[in-house]
Design a protein. Structure first.
Length: 72
């Protein structure tokens, strides 16, 4: 509506690497989360919690998937 074009005038980034992010035009740059790894770590943490063990906070790296929506 404003006459802006992706990626020439504005960059667009999505989150969670949803399935259609590579089907848009232009394709959407997105942040991918390691869902399987997150689930495994969460399961391990839950078991520790149930056993009454101390559970530490965890930071899990993510991946930036660069596509056309940020290549202006």
């Amino acid at each position: 509506k404003k006459g802006l074009k992706v990626p020439d005038d504005i960059a667009v980034v999505g989150f969670d690497k949803i399935d259609f992010s590579n089907m848009t035009n232009p394709t959407l740059t997105t942040v991918a989360q390691p869902k399987y790894k997150m689930g495994c770590i969460a399961g391990e943490m839950l078991i520790k919690k149930i056993k009454g063990e101390k559970v530490e906070s965890v930071i899990i790296d993510h991946e930036l998937v660069i596509r056309q929506s940020t290549m202006g």
